[in-house]
Ligand binder design. Sequence first.
Ligand SMILES: Cc1cc2nc3c(=O)[nH]c(=O)nc-3n(C[C@H](O)[C@H](O)[C@H](O)COP(=O)(O)OP(=O)(O)OC[C@H]3O[C@@H](n4cnc5c(N)ncnc54)[C@H](O)[C@@H]3O)c2cc1C
Length: 359
Amino acid sequence: MSDSLPGFADTVVIGAGTAGAAIAGVLAASCDQSLLLLEAGPDYGSFEDGRWPADLTDARAIPTSHDWGYSSTAQSGRRVIKFDRARVVGGCSSHNGCAAIWGSRLDYDHWAELGNPGWSTEDLLALFRAGSERLRVRTPPRDEITPYQLAWLEAAPRAGIPLVADLNNLDENLGMALSPANVANGIRWNAAFAYLDPVRDRNHLSIAGGVLADRLLIRGARVEAVRAIRNGQEVTIKTGRVVLAAGTYGSPAILIRSGVGPEAEVRALGVEHVLDLPAWGETCTTIPWSDWSMPALRSSKQQWRNSQPATGCPRNRPSPKRDLHDAAAVSICTSTRWAGERRSSGRRRGGPGRWRWRA
Ligand SMILES: Cc1cc2nc3c(=O)[nH]c(=O)nc-3n(C[C@H](O)[C@H](O)[C@H](O)COP(=O)(O)OP(=O)(O)OC[C@H]3O[C@@H](n4cnc5c(N)ncnc54)[C@H](O)[C@@H]3O)c2cc1C
């Protein structure tokens, strides 16, 4: 990508994260209109270029080098919670846990029942299969996991969590198993490798890293341009279509800076109100995340790693044998709908045995 940004693009995709990379990749492959992909973080090029930092490609641990640095306000007056989000092409797929789990039929069919065409399980199945293929998803055999992951797996039935054969069985609503993961020969196979690499040579696609999208310029109900900042300079890119894919925190921020949101909140920020969007900022939820710090376990893990034979894998190519990081190898599947129904029906037992839901 050259240093200058085009003054016009038929489509501008804002955010080259998991969704933005996939959308831009599919669009670039299927039409020849000009397409500009804007990303606040760096673009390290294709996987084959070999310029990706090793921590981002090494699937064994979750890196923090490209984080936006979001956090909560102080909870209960003191506790601040970090909200990890990656600022790099590939977005959170470039630093996440690589657990590639399809979810549950109950949830998707429920969304379709609520009046969202295209979201039923039957509609989505072909996309799940295609996405899994692109992202090189596979389920590791038992002999690839660490003794610690094996210990979790063996402990699950004793804690009342059933073992299941396949986490991507959409009819399985509770259970633990080895997790399908988008890890290829130890590499975190992110959305940029999966969707952008095959189209990087298309002339109608420009990928611009280091560009912060500030706001959308809207006339009536139509976006006419994107105002962005590159190297401290404001740039305006006219466009026929914008795809806003800046993530859970990035997209609402761009919307409200553009005057889109509940009128009172927009005006309170001193921004001209352009379009009403009453639900703005109302439904943000995230998964519970528990970070256990166990020094004894950490040092025993390190000893185990050190005892493994050196593989001589070059930078960017960790050992194929040690393919999985500590989180992705074993996962629990639950359907949110199934769990919700259990809670609301007053049944607190999540499965056989002693295990209980903690909502
Ligand atoms: C630590 C961690 C581990 C996770 N593990 C898993 C897992 O194992 N399995 C799983 O399925 N999911 C996992 N997730 C969740 C999953 O990664 C996210 O749900 C998914 O990546 C979100 O995709 P997205 O495209 O909506 O956003 P993102 O991937 O966050 O992409 C948004 C992109 O927009 C860019 N951006 C934001 N604002 C601007 C702006 N103003 N201008 C230009 N660019 C901008 C960002 O830099 C980013 O690249 C994990 C998430 C985290 C944080």
